[in-house]
Ligand binder design. Structure first.
Ligand SMILES: Cc1ncc(COP(=O)(O)O)c(C=O)c1O
Length: 404
């Protein structure tokens, strides 16, 4: 095969880590659905016991060929040296943070991030003596980060585009600021995927994914990934995840590998559909504001254009009528599913204040721009016109019911 560097994104998504089975020639290698591995002899058992020798397997929590294959695939797509997968996106995020932070360390995190990550940083980290400061990092406020870095700041944590308001942070600038002060830059790249944005090439140290979302794309498994240089990933694996135990199962790794093969083609349709829907919503009298970085009016448009290949399939919009109108809208779509995930082939809609960001207080949400009538839409790969028609009839329903 050609070297990985010569292959297109789609060819890497399909071929890297997806080799035929050497013993039978099966085109799609079997899933190594096993908890343990039989050693050839006592010498091999000693080697494998350390759990970090390539191709010498001892026990699936220490390593498994199907899991290693998907790690190889994701690392290739992010142009990274290494990848470590975990049981969920939160499993990856908590592993990465706890593996590098110790009691007495400080973290600067963006204030607008996935609600679960927000909860972990605010509620769990302090119990282990890790202090966090949550600050705005979107647009020009990226310069803010400098003000909050202290002598013991080890990690800067951002998400771009961020959940749920689609704010955009300049990755290159955030990396410069972090590195000037000896901190590591962690980025949750779930919304963009490696097809649209490769943060390591812009200076980030660690990239995180909820592979539950676009990477798998079909909504049938949970998973998470940590991507970065070999040394960091190896230590997160050997010195942390192996002992914590939240690994990805071989069955889920196989499902994920299959999903990733079509990531590029799916993302092209997600992006094209999202652009049409954002333009439709932007002109709708029931919509106050559309948050989609692909609209020229979006404050993050220029940075997104610079650091992303396209603008993605996620958007939020503020509906007139607030909390009640937002909930009424999600209750009245037909083709689009009322569900709190994202990145699936099918379109999903949710009300952020009462669903994904319910763990934040109303005041915390308001402070970061999550309006009470804000609805988040994960645009699927159905036809844009049928999605628009579904949204149109639901918006009309709300308008009539609330006599607006
Ligand atoms: C941006 C982002 N990061 C991380 C997560 C957590 O992923 P998981 O649900 O796979 O644990 C989510 C979940 O919605 C998310 O949207």
């Amino acid at each position: 095969m050609m070297s990985q560097k010569e292959l297109s994104f789609n060819a890497r998504a399909i071929h890297v880590g997806s080799k035929p089975d050497p013993t039978t020639g099966a085109h799609v290698a079997p899933v190594y659905r096993t908890s343990t591995f039989v050693m050839k002899n006592a010498d091999e058992a000693i080697l494998a016991g350390y759990g970090d020798r390539e191709n010498v397997y001892a026990y699936t929590r220490y390593g498994n060929p199907t899991v290693h294959a998907v790690q190889e695939k994701i690392a290739s797509l992010e142009n990274a040296e290494a990848c470590l997968v975990a049981a969920s996106g939160m499993g990856a995020i908590t592993t990465a943070l706890l593996a590098v932070l110790s009691a007495g360390d400080h973290l600067v995190a963006a204030d607008t991030i996935y609600g679960g990550t927000h909860g972990f940083i605010k509620k769990i980290l302090p119990r282990f003596g890790i202090e966090a400061t949550m600050v705005p990092t979107i647009g020009e406020s990226v310069e803010n980060i400098k003000k909050f870095i202290k002598g013991n700041t080890k990690v800067i944590y951002i998400e771009t585009p961020c959940n749920p308001i689609l704010g955009v942070t300049d990755i290159k600038r955030a990396a410069e600021i972090a590195h000037e002060r000896g901190a590591l830059l962690f980025i949750d790249n779930t919304f963009a995927t490696p097809y649209l944005q490769q943060p390591l090439s812009l200076g980030a140290d660690i990239v995180l994914h909820s592979t539950t979302k676009y990477l798998n794309g079909h909504g049938d498994v949970l998973g998470g990934a940590i991507v970065g240089n070999k040394k960091l990933i190896h230590s997160m694996d050997n010195d942390f995840l192996k002992w914590m135990g939240g690994i990805m199962s071989p069955s889920d790794a196989a499902t994920l590998s299959k999903g990733i093969k079509t990531l590029g083609v799916r993302m092209d349709v997600h992006c094209a559909n999202a652009r049409k829907i954002a333009e439709f919503l932007d002109n709708h009298d029931m919509v106050e504001k559309v948050l989609y970085p692909g609209l020229r009016s979006h404050p993050g448009y220029d940075i997104a254009k610079k650091q992303m290949r396209n603008f993605g399939g996620m958007m939020s919009f503020n509906i007139r009528g607030g909390f009640e109108a937002g909930r009424m809208l999600i209750d009245n779509v037909n083709l689009i599913s009322l569900a709190t995930s994202l990145g699936n082939v099918d379109s999903l809609i949710q009300h952020s204040a009462s669903m994904s960001h319910a763990s934040m207080t109303k005041e915390e949400r308001a402070a970061v721009g999550i309006a009470e009538g804000q609805v988040r839409l994960s645009v699927g790969i159905e036809e844009a016109e049928e999605l628009i028609s579904d949204l149109d009839q639901a918006l009309l329903h709300v308008k009539k019911k609330l006599k607006m």
